[in-house]
Design a protein around this ligand. Structure first.
Ligand SMILES: NC(=O)c1ccc[n+]([C@@H]2O[C@H](COP(=O)([O-])OP(=O)(O)OC[C@H]3O[C@@H](n4cnc5c(N)ncnc54)[C@H](O)[C@@H]3O)[C@@H](O)[C@H]2O)c1
Length: 276
């Protein structure tokens, strides 16, 4: 346990049961944090189809699971591309729990992958708007409150694609590299207010998004699903793919006083697959 009892945490994109965000929220709840589950809540056309988004009832059910851990939790829909919604999200956290100590920018779109020469402007915008602009907007409004309170911790869920390039993923890779840039800039600027800002860079995890990526890349490579996945496992020094809980543990550590002298880092949680 990391001494996070009573802290107030907002985790974006935490409204899908198999997702990294839900795992982070449940871990923070188990640590005694009061948690705000937030996600887009409703399908919004081709770029945000129902198959990829955390719906309102799923968010409510994850908030209920957090409460079962013995803490308080609420669900607040928020499209992180919209500043007014991000501002309202932070206000809702403060209204419910009086403060905000932890923001985890986890909302992400990783399923809009296309050959670079065919990449649609609408796909580029959707990916950059959620993965990078969304983190900017939520961080901005959280930081306003955290400054007033005298401190806080922000963790951005980046990716191995924040350190290395991946085919068909120009927008995703650019957004995640940008997210590390945002992390470093915010860490330098907000440190004097007691706000630490770090990123976590997972490798492959078979969430709903991860499953979609496995299908996409195995088809592109002409491999069956299991052979493709075995290739990932064989390349990994620790011999397995990531688990959502691997990321949740790293986030809990980074938010805790055990990490009180750590800011501006982009921590690989990849079983040794990524090391720079
Ligand atoms: N799964 C992996 O292998 C992997 C690896 C590296 C990084 N990541 C990153 O981890 C994060 C979580 O991914 P995941 O694998 O759990 O996928 P996921 O699809 O389960 O989670 C992404 C969440 O973001 C939400 N979201 C999308 N658009 C949104 C918007 N406009 N506003 C608010 N929420 C929005 C979705 O509804 C969804 O709940 C993402 O940022 C992803 O890029 C995942």
């Amino acid at each position: 346990m990391y001494g996070l009892q009573g802290k107030v945490a907002v985790v974006t994109g935490s409204g899908r049961h198999s997702g990294i965000g839900a795992s982070i929220a449940l871990r923070l709840a188990a640590e005694g944090c009061r948690v705000v589950i937030t996600d887009i809540g409703r399908p919004l056309g081709q770029e945000f189809a129902a198959a990829h988004i955390g719906a309102t009832d799923e968010m409510e059910s994850i908030a209920a699971a957090c409460r079962q851990a013995g803490t308080e939790a609420i669900a607040v829909p928020c499209d992180v591309r919209r500043e007014a919604e991000c501002e309202a999200l932070i206000a809702a956290a403060v209204k419910a729990f009086g403060r905000i100590d932890i923001l985890v920018n986890n909302a992400g779109v990783g399923y809009l992958m296309e050959a670079f020469t065919e990449f649609r402007e609408s796909s580029w915008d959707a990916v950059l708007d959620v993965n990078l602009k969304g983190a900017f907007l939520c961080s901005k409004h959280a930081a306003i409150r955290m400054q007033e309170q005298g401190g806080g911790s922000i963790v951005n869920i980046a990716s191995q694609a924040a350190k290395s390039g991946f085919p068909f993923a120009a927008a995703y890779t650019a957004s995640k590299h940008g997210l590390v840039g945002l992390t470093r800039s915010n860490a330098v600027e907000l440190g004097r207010h007691g706000i630490r800002v770090n990123a976590v860079c997972p490798n492959h995890i078979t969430t709903g998004l991860g499953d979609w990526q496995n299908k996409f890349f195995s088809e592109k490579l002409g491999l069956d699903y299991d052979t493709y996945l075995k290739g990932i496992v064989d390349r990994n020094p620790l011999g397995r793919t990531g688990l959502t809980n691997d990321i949740a543990k790293a986030v809990a550590f980074l938010c805790s006083d055990e990490a009180s002298y750590i800011t501006g880092e982009a921590l690989n949680v990849s079983g040794g697959e990524e090391y720079h």
